[in-house]
Design a protein around this ligand. Sequence first.
Ligand code: DLL
Length: 434
Amino acid sequence: MERYYQKEIECASQEQIKAWQDERLVRQVRHVWDKVPYYRAKMEEKGVTPEDIHGRDDLYKLPFLSKADLRDAYPFGLLAEPLEKCVRIHSTSGTTGKRVVAFYTKEDIDLWNDCCARALAAAGAGPEDVCQVAYGYGLFTGGLGLHYGVEHLGATVIPMSTGNTAKHIQLMHDCGSTALACTPSYALYLAEQIIKSGIPRSEFRLRTCILGGEPWTENMRREIEAKLGVDAYNIYGLSEIMGPGVSYECRCKSGSHIVEDHFYPEIIDSNTLEPQPAGGQGELVLTTLTKEGMPLLRYRTKDLCSLTDPCACGRTNVRMSRIVGRSDDMLIIRGVNVFPSQVESVVLELPEFEPHYQLVVDRVNNLDTLQVQVEVREAFYSDEISQMMALKKRIADRLHSVLGIGADIRLMEPHSIERSEGKSKRVIDKRVLK
Ligand code: DLL
């Protein structure tokens, strides 16, 4: 049976959705023009004013935004409401050392709760469910986003956060969790640990999973479903726009419905920035239609996907395909966004190292691993173990604080990392998503 959280919105007619989008866009553009000098300047540069925007068909006239703008405007430059009207801040990594911050008013949080509740209901969850949230709690949007979505739905949440798999298994077993929200790779890891624990599957009540935060595949879905005995659904989102719940899968499991009454999607060619023909693959660009705290117009997500029309579940909101790649070099390692440029900024900051480094990413037992190989400068290279250990700790600590995840550091002899004639190969990603 298909379940909905806000059926009247999710299954509204296409005309109704368009009418909402047109009206909300006009209001949102005015809001941004009045309150965000940074974006107003961009509009002025393009010679466009709010009077030029009558609806979504005029969207193309507006300038794009990207992570670089968020960095330039850091921290308050894109804030459209006074800070005292905001009730929460989340953050994610930026393209260099600087982080990206997102602001939410009370209304923004309410709308986010609705989005996550819609996603949970589309995955078959309802008030009778006990949902274990195993996304990270804190600055990452996964934990708190799904947490409040579960409460909003009226279901019971177990706020586990990440780590401590034994505790996860124990509570899942003892409290009879029926739903699980986490990254797909953690779901697979957990599945294998449950099998290893020897507790029979019949003693678990888990039946649905809401998985996202990183790319995954149909094969991974099949494996998770078989090993955990569940239905597994995709959920997509990004901190800049809101967090999880920008789009979500329904029972049909064939693409994720975009919450079109709050987010307007476009697909562009990343090079020409022109719109792709209907159904074509390209970069997803999102415009928030109702956000107050940090509204973003034409935000380039750098995520590559395509859009398809409504599906058999009755929802009329457009579906997006799985993310097939990125148009930049962002990596997602254990659910954390990592840019090679962040590693570079640390290496350049420390005088003991040459600016030659390589990231080796792999997936061992369904968990991502990151190794950073970095060359030590001749003058600092030593045979003395204690000296090298101290150096290793120095860069490991600094990297941990910048990236937000630990890395296995390999100190390399001077000149040992292969030099390249053209673009240097900074990343070796051995993960093959089958
Ligand atoms: O990952 C929000 C989220 C949390 C979504 C939990 C779903 C579940 P960020 O840390 O800002 O936010 O990372 C956003 O992660 O631009 C995509 O590249 C990637 N991503 C998120 N969900 C998916 C997904 C959260 N379902 C970036 N499939 C996005 C593929 C995803 N990639």
